[in-house]
Design a protein around this ligand. Structure first.
Ligand SMILES: [Zn+2]
Length: 134
């Protein structure tokens, strides 16, 4: 476990033991996961809110479309993205998992760490179920 100190906020990196299964075959691997502290999540949510408002501000320059893009940006996109970012407690950084069906490395595209995770293998296109190993 490594710790990143970013000012007052800190985010920790964890390695999770993972069981990958497909068609009654299983393999074991690991996921590198970032875990955000409460302050870290608040900070990320603020940055997201500012990015959304910044994008909304640019929409002011678009003739006609700004009549609906600007309210949509302020009332819909900004709150949804801000809440979504705040609720995100963890983020998957990378994976070292071998596909149980074809023995090729499995790319994990999911960023939310919520088990079970379903991933489609890019080599054999089978659906792989990832669960946290005990
Ligand atoms: Zn595969």
């Amino acid at each position: 476990m490594r710790c990143y100190k970013r000012g007052m906020h800190h985010t920790t990196q964890h390695t999770r033991k993972i069981t990958a299964s497909a068609h009654e075959k299983t393999t074991h691997g690991t996921l590198e996961v970032l875990e955000f502290s409460e302050q870290g999540r608040v900070k990320r949510a603020w940055i997201m809110a500012l990015k959304c408002l910044g994008a909304t501000a640019l929409c002011v320059l678009i003739p006609v479309a700004h009549f609906f893009l600007v309210p949509l940006g302020i009332l819909v996109v900004t709150p949804i993205m801000t809440i979504y970012t705040f609720r995100m407690k963890t983020k998957i950084l990378s994976a070292s998992i071998i596909c149980p069906a074809c023995n090729k490395p499995l790319a994990v595209l999911t960023s939310q760490e919520q088990y079970p995770i379903y991933e489609n293998c890019s080599s054999c296109h089978r659906q792989i179920t990832l669960t946290q190993a005990a």
